[in-house]
Ligand binder design. Structure first.
Ligand code: NAP
Ligand code: MG
Length: 402
């Protein structure tokens, strides 16, 4: 490898497995050249979280990163790690710096059957990660309150749009006639960047792109999403999609949901922020296990960060430090590494490295297909001959197959 891979280490059980994956599956076979960033919580504390921004800048510099799961601090973590501040989610910080879109795709293996029997290929969910209810302004309204949407333009012109008047007679039976209001926003720039990220990724992976919103009801807000996607597609992508033999489909989000269920998979589903939040959990569960879900952050400049979709698997970590051998599933972490290595190989024209990363993936899937699985998959596997192993045994079985 000539250009280093940006390696971003993390916390708890995934940090432990991170080291094992390198030691058992990578370092014996390849000369791994990485630029290492330790985003474990103690280092974030020591650097006042500067390390997170530095890791993101390194991805912008070198183009490709691979990231371990990291703790997003909450009140409990503040005490547990003696933090001086409630640091922001590292993924949020990195996503902001890269202005990236997250693509999540399940890993399919023999014996692990999706709950939807027609699903034969993976479904990749692309979630727009800006705005809507995640940056909302909301308030409770009392009976008698009037709510309006007010827009003040830069020249001082004011537009007022009535939302609702919460009627209330003041009579006791009418006491609950207040309610709630919410304002949400998005920007053309963010929607455009999301559209381009999805279309680039569709071309990269040669998969169709589906997008659904509710523009029949939301004639300005959701309509803008539809128009921006459609406009960018016509102006910049139609020809390239045709050449690649893939299609862009827009339809109402309810229609998309129905089509997804009837489909055999093998496409990218672009989702508005909330739809992506909800549907990614549904799709992950329907395909089997969170531990089999990969996550790729792609920036508009085509910088890539590969990671597992799951967290630091805290409960397993506490068992691990008590000396127990846990059966934590390392598959999504392995695929984060192989995804990043394969991408590096393509960009740097290193066919042997590409081949090697695909071989690790094959060996991992064959291990599961032969019935050797971690605890989470043991319960799911439909194979009649199966055996539950701990994490290290699983990694060693994969290495033996390599
Ligand atoms: P989690 O670490 O994903 O774990 C939730 C549960 O899912 C686990 O307790 C485990 O169930 C199961 N699980 C997840 N990954 C597994 C694997 N590889 N093998 C086997 N089972 C697996 O989520 P969490 O407990 O909500 O969060 C823990 C920490 O991770 C938090 O501090 C959070 O901030 C952080 N987090 C980080 C990221 C990220 O960096 N991308 C994402 C999410 C959460 P059982 O215990 O029942 O076996
Ligand atoms: Mg969710």
């Amino acid at each position: 490898m000539s250009v280093p891979l940006v390696e971003i280490d993390g916390d708890e059980m995934t940090r432990v497995i991170w080291a094992w994956v390198k030691e058992i599956l990578l370092e014996p076979y390849i000369e791994l050249r990485t630029e290492y960033y330790d985003l474990s919580l103690p280092v974030r504390e020591r650097t006042k979280d500067r390390i997170t921004a530095e890791a993101a800048e390194a991805i912008r510099k070198y183009g490709i990163g691979v990231k371990c799961a990291t703790i997003t601090p909450n009140e409990e973590r503040l005490d547990e790690y003696g933090l001086s501040e409630m640091y922001k989610s590292p993924n949020g910080t990195i996503r902001e710096i890269l202005d990236g879109t997250v693509f999540r795709a399940p890993i399919l293996a023999k014996g692990i059957c999706p709950y939807i029997p027609t699903w034969k290929k993976s479904i990749t969910i692309a979630r727009h990660a800006y705005g809507d209810i995640y940056k909302n302004v909301e308030a409770a309204a009392s009976a008698g309150d009037s709510a309006e949407l007010v827009l003040t333009s830069s020249d001082g012109t004011v537009r007022r749009l009535p939302i609702h008047t919460f009627s209330g007679s003041g009579e006791p039976y009418d006491s609950a006639s207040g309610g709630i209001v919410q304002a949400v926003h998005n920007t053309d720039a963010s929607i455009s960047s999301f559209a381009r990220a999805c279309m680039n990724y569709a071309l990269d992976t040669k998969q169709d792109l589906w997008f659904g919103a509710k523009d029949t009801i939301s004639k300005t807000y959701d309509r803008r999403f539809r128009d921006i996607f459609g406009g960018i597609f016509e102006a910049e992508y139609r020809k390239r999609f045709e050449e690649a033999g893939i299609v862009y489909l827009y339809t109402l989000v309810d229609d998309i949901v129905a089509r997804v269920i009837r489909s055999e998979g093998g496409f990218i589903w672009a989702c508005k922020n909330y739809d992506g939040d909800v549907m990614s959990d549904m799709v992950a569960t329907a395909f089997g296990s969170l531990a089999m879900m990969t996550s790729i952050l792609v920036s508009p400049e085509r910088h890539y960060e590969y990671e597992a979709a799951h967290g630091t698997v805290q409960r397993h970590y506490y068992r691990h430090i008590r000396g127990e051998r846990t059966s934590t599933n390392p598959v999504a972490l392995i695929f984060a590494w192989t995804g990043a290595l394969a991408k590096r190989a393509v960009l740097d024209d290193l066919p042997k490295l590409f081949d090697f990363s695909r071989k690790i993936e094959r060996a991992t899937l064959d291990t599961i297909g032969s019935g050797v699985v971690t605890g989470d998959l043991f319960a799911l596997s439909s194979l009649t001959e199966k055996r539950q192993v701990n994490t290290q045994e699983f990694l060693q079985t994969v290495a033996a197959r390599l």
